[in-house]
Write a protein that binds this ligand. Sequence first.
Ligand code: HEM
Length: 143
Amino acid sequence: MTITIPEFGVWYSHLKLTHIALVIASGGLFTLRGALVLAGHGWAMARHWRLLSYGIDTLLLIAGVTLWVQLSLNPMSSTWLGAKLLLLVLYVVLGSLALKRARTPMARLGSYIAALMVYALMGSVAHSHHPLGFLQPWLMHVD
Ligand code: HEM
C-alpha cells in the first residue's frame, strides 16, 4: 500500500481553509451567545455552550499557530501577525467582559460591540497582511 503525502501547497491551503472556517464558527458562536446573554437568556452561558466555544477556539488557535510555524514568520518583522496577536488578547478581554465580567448591561453591550469590531479588524489585518487592516485608509490618509 502506498501512502501519498500531499505537496506542501495543497496541505497548506487546506489548513488555511480550516483556519478560516474556524474563524467563522468561533465569531458566529460568540455573536450568537453574546446577543442571547444581552437579551437576558442566561442559558447561553450553560456548560455545553462554553465547552463548544473552548473547543472551537482551541482548534482555531492550533491551526493559526501551525500556519505561523509553517511560514516561519517572526511577529516582530511580520507586523501584521504581531498586530493580530495583540488584537487577539484585546478580543479575549472584551469577550470576557461582554459575556460575564462587565457589571452593567450598558458596559456589556459596549464590550460586545467593541469585541465584534476587534474581531473584524483581526480578519482584515490577516487578509491585507497590514497591521492596520481596514483602518488603513483612515489612519494613513495622504493628501
Ligand atoms: C494564535 C492565533 C492566530 C495565529 C497565530 C494566526 C495566524 C495566521 C496565519 C499565519 C495565517 C496565514 C496567512 C497567509 O497564508 O498569508 C492566518 C490566516 C488568517 N487568519 Fe489567523 N491566526 C490566528 C487567529 C486568528 C483569529 C482569531 C482570526 C479572526 C479574525 C484570524 C483570521 C484569519 C484570516 C481571515 C486568515 C486568512 C487571510 C487571507 O489569506 O485572506 N486568525 N492566520
